[in-house]
Ligand binder design. Sequence first.
Ligand code: DSN
Length: 426
Amino acid sequence: MQRDTQVFNLIQQELDRQRRGIELIASENFTSLQVMQAMGGVMTNKYAEGYPGRRYYGGCEIVDQTEQLAIDRLKQIFNIEYANVQPHSGAQANAALMLAILQPGDAILGLDLSMGGHLTHGAAVNFSGKLYQPHFYGVTQEEGLIDYAMLEEKARSIHPKLIICGASAYSRDIDYARIRKVADEVGAFVMADIAHPAGLIAKGLLSSPFEYCHFVTSTTHKTLRGPRGGVIMMGKDFENPFGLKDVKGNIRMMSHLIDMAVFPGTQGGPLEHVIAAKAIAFGEILSDEFTLYAQQVKRNAQAMAKAFMEKNYKIISGGTDNHLMLIDLRNKNISGKKAEQVLGHADITANKNMVPYDDKSAFVTSGIRFGVAAITTRGCKEEHMSFVVDAIDTVLMNADDNAVLLNMKKQVNEWMQQFPLYPELG
Ligand code: DSN
């Protein structure tokens, strides 16, 4: 077969783009080379519907071992009883978990997307908002913190089957114990979606949800720094309350219902090449090197937030406990859309984001979200945050001056040369 230079040229261009820019999208990171190599390896050729030791295809002896390694390592990271590493993404993990515990039309209660939540937590355009009956809690207008009183009030009036916590644009820790208390009162399950802060939770830098939340889902490619994918976990497995029994009349455990909801419920063959890459990433997370990385992520985020606040940028909730921050740009007279666009001209990548109580649409927005997981992997430390914030400020304050933007792009490209990315790739 002739080498497809058209596609490989594009891949090379993407590598160049990643190398020369400042990557601040809070949900992105740079995996290790060995994680990428596993994803580009021969396990992509293997069909393995089922689970290790109980597959619907022959020849699964080797992928059984990588999948079991991924499961065991993930359980070790969080000190938990159950993990399913097959979800192709975080959205798939959430879809499977909901399929396992909900019936169509059941009420669910999640953080509003416009307040920092996620599409799969009940948004009208998503399966979660179409199949189930979505209700939302928000954040307080004053402090920008989760409005637990509102969550409790809604839980008591709606009696949801599932309360979802976790967010994609919320920079503070979460009071899982308080959420579990009201869930028990109204007879709801609690699911934490820790896609964003998982890497910090893994190293004890944020509260652990496992003691209080029945179910925990995550992606593997954000602060966990693995391949793109999802996982479902439980701190403790428990008897399913729906009465499902096996042929011998024994009650099936929740782990069985979740496994069944992933395959065959919502997915076919697992991506064993990605699962091998997950196993490698989980091994990396167990190392002391990753502990230092996670600690640095937190320090960098705090240094970045401080630098922004010194320039009178309004960070929602007044700071950050994790790897990200959401900035309300209304006092800077620029929309999120325009900010994203002009930062892009200077090779600074971020995404526009609605802020709580936004008066602009999701396509325009008043806010922008920044995360430091990726630049920390590149080697940035606290002392580098002032360059990043100065560059962002210069771009936003001179958004219509092409000469300034061009000059900043040049400075950014030169500055990033001190943080090599995948030097092995030439
Ligand atoms: N959309 C992703 C994010 O950027 O947070 C989460 O799925």
